[in-house]
Write a protein that binds this ligand. Structure first.
Ligand SMILES: [Zn+2]
Length: 377
């Protein structure tokens, strides 16, 4: 396993240059409050590795012109992979956090290790890269994970589970990271998406299941047993609809995409298979249809009310597939907020729709894989 772990100083040097653009050793020593020899030692290591490069000299009035250092943003890449029951979405990101490649493949035979090896081979071939250019692989999983042990546990909405990826990491000789999908989506929104400006945010993932990612002080919060954010099983209606977990009245049977598809299928006596199909035929001028969505948004707002009361975040993000239907959902929000939001809450609470949409989890996975090399993300 290549040991790419680097010193904190190296990470900060890369972070500073990433933020401000090309800099000299003197700028770095000044900003980091460390000596010139210490900067030189670290810079020389990074130059040798090829992640830093000399890009000219700084114009000064007198004396020798100092050399400007910049990052070679295409020295390293990370792979972000979002595993869903039927499909696997993946992307390749460079150190500038630009997307170099994005693809979707079928999730065949529940053989995740084989699929990951195929993804790595496709990327190396199509992008003409060597394995040593891949700094890491991040995996987003729709269920519980143990990040340290690289363990994905059984998820309610996926057939792959109880798998450790340590053997695959050793075989590929590339670092692997695993994370929960809602948590990684929250992380991506916080780094490159809609909650970039905020320190504390809450991401509500509305897909076949309901999940949440909690960002506190720009870091995601996992909880004591890495189960924080299982908000889908918070009860919002005592004795209400039956949930997969065995309880009644949980958030999930009211807010999941499956629940909304079912409501529309029942009322319209038509079988819808996806949210796309539902919204393609949705007509807000037909009272029966409007009523379904109005009731849906009521339950959504009841859930958001609880979130605001518990976490007091700077903003709550509506994410997952539901974020793609902002136009249809938003007209009901104002009335629902007026009826359901606690008067103790501050009035400038923010509710945003995800800007990265369904891609947020794989971007979060790719961003997570950069953590060992730089403080950039
Ligand atoms: Zn439940």
């Amino acid at each position: 396993m290549p040991n790419r772990k680097r010193s904190e100083n190296e990470k900060v040097i890369l972070a500073k240059i990433s933020e401000a653009g090309a800099m000299t050793k003197y700028d770095l020593a000044d900003q980091m409050n460390i000596s010139i020899p210490t900067v030189t030692t670290n810079v020389n290591k990074l130059l040798k590795e090829g992640v830093l490069k000399e890009v000219g000299v700084q114009d000064v009035d007198y004396g020798r012109k100092p050399i400007l250092l910049d990052i070679d943003y295409n020295r390293y890449f990370s792979i972000g992979i979002d595993i869903q029951n039927h499909s696997i979405y993946y992307c390749l990101m460079n150190l500038k956090l630009e997307l170099v490649l994005e693809k979707t493949i079928e999730n065949k035979d529940n053989d995740l290790e084989t699929r990951i090896k195929e993804i790595v081979n496709t990327i190396l071939e199509e992008c003409k890269l060597q394995k040593e250019n891949i700094i890491g692989i991040g995996l987003s999983y729709p269920g519980l994970v143990e990040e340290e042990k690289l363990l994905i546990k059984k998820g309610p909405n996926i057939s792959i589970g109880n798998l450790s990826l340590e053997a695959l990491r050793d075989e590929l000789e590339v670092n692997i990271y695993v994370g929960n999908e809602a948590r990684l989506a929250a992380f991506a929104e916080n780094r490159i998406g809609v909650s970039k400006e905020y320190k504390n945010s809450f991401y509500l993932s509305i897909k076949e299941g309901i999940g949440a990612g909690i960002i506190v002080d720009k870091r995601y919060y996992t909880g004591s047993s890495e189960a924080a954010g299982e908000i889908g099983h918070m009860v919002i209606q005592k004795g209400g609809k039956a949930c997969n977990c065995g309880n009644q009245g949980c958030v999930e049977p009211y807010l999941s995409t499956r629940a909304l598809i079912k409501s529309f299928s029942n009322v319209l006596e038509d079988k819808f298979n996806s949210l796309d199909e539902v919204f393609k035929s949705y007509n807000p001028d037909i009272p029966k249809q409007k009523e379904i969505l109005r009731e849906y948004v009521d339950y959504l707002v009841v859930t958001l009310n609880n979130v605001f009361l518990i976490f007091d975040p700077d903003c709550v993000i509506i994410g997952g597939q539901m974020s793609e239907f902002q136009e249809q959902v938003e007209p009901f929000m104002e009335e629902a907020l007026a009826n359901n939001i606690c008067s103790m809450l501050k009035s400038d609470r923010r509710i945003e729709f995800s800007s990265l949409g369904y891609k947020a989890s794989k971007y979060g996975a790719a961003l997570m894989a950069f953590q060992e090399i730089t403080a950039i993300v």
